[in-house]
Design a protein around this ligand. Sequence first.
Ligand SMILES: Cc1ncc(COP(=O)(O)O)c(C=O)c1O
Length: 359
Amino acid sequence: MSRVFNFSAGPAALPLEVLETIRNDIPDWQGTGMSVMEVSHRSKEFVELAERSEANLRSLLNVPDDYSVLFPQGGATMQMAMAPLNLTRPGDAVDYVVTGSWGKKAAGEARKFCAVNVAADASDRNFTYIPEESGWARSENASYLHYTSNETIAGVQFHYVPAGDVPLVVDMSSDILSRPIDVTRFGAIYAGAQKNIGPAGITLVIVRNDLLDRARPDNAHLMTWKSYAESGSMTNTPPTFAWYVADLVFQHLKANGGVESVAEVNRRKAEKLYAAIDASEFFSNPVDPVCRSVMNVPFILADASLDGKFLEEAKAVGLVNLKGHRSVGGMRASIYNAVSEAAVEALIGFMAEFERING
Ligand SMILES: Cc1ncc(COP(=O)(O)O)c(C=O)c1O
């Protein structure tokens, strides 16, 4: 078997131990004589899985009892519509802080359903910074404030939680479970799974229970958070295989010291990589150091004509998926929970060698 170091932004690397468990489980999951893909979501074994995964997620993120944990399908993109559909009526004001492409997309989606005020927008500097919170133009009567805790494409991350009394709705797709959070600060948190949770196909939503009654009466059943809260996320057939993998990832994270431990490793990985970039004459990262992402590290080469060579040679030594997003170019190393410190060290070593030869 030959495994590469996978720096993909998502779908992204999964822990090898989890993959090995899946391999062993496939023909006969929990003595059922079937794979998990073949059992009913109403079976005793699957209902136990659902309950265990929720309990583990609650303990990993310290989710209080007055919050519901939901596992819908549809990814983070569907939540960009579900947030306004569950929290506003037509014409209601909502504030959006746009620090990258995902926040911009979320604001665009919400605009179809309610009155979006863009309270801050970092597009003037190519999404490389977070505008000072004191300068945000917030509405008087917003139903919520939405922001993206980690912008996966430009590599911009909030290292604080914004202030204020209105419910905060946050897209945590690319930094959920990478560090401890205080759930009580948020009205709703949503995240696509395919970075730190598991395979694409399942979504995590954590929502304060008192907000569940704000949905539009004409909202589709499948788009209503409350329907998931009341049915154990079985509003319809859930994505059983993705949920099964997420359950294994949560167990793996718990067994490895939880979010606090992984946060420490994540911090070290990012520090080493940014230090190497900053020390180099050849590589650079354009993001304001106060909001650099611990999860997604974009970097550009001094000579863009070497991009192809860099990617090809990196791949030849087992460092894959380093191409930056097409909207920013250059490179991006996504260093989620399952990307080891050894992977980051191998990348740093390769970069130094590449600079020595080509710089
Ligand atoms: C921050 C963020 N939000 C939203 C999305 C879109 O997620 P999905 O493809 O699960 O809808 C992504 C990309 O995966 C992302 O990185």
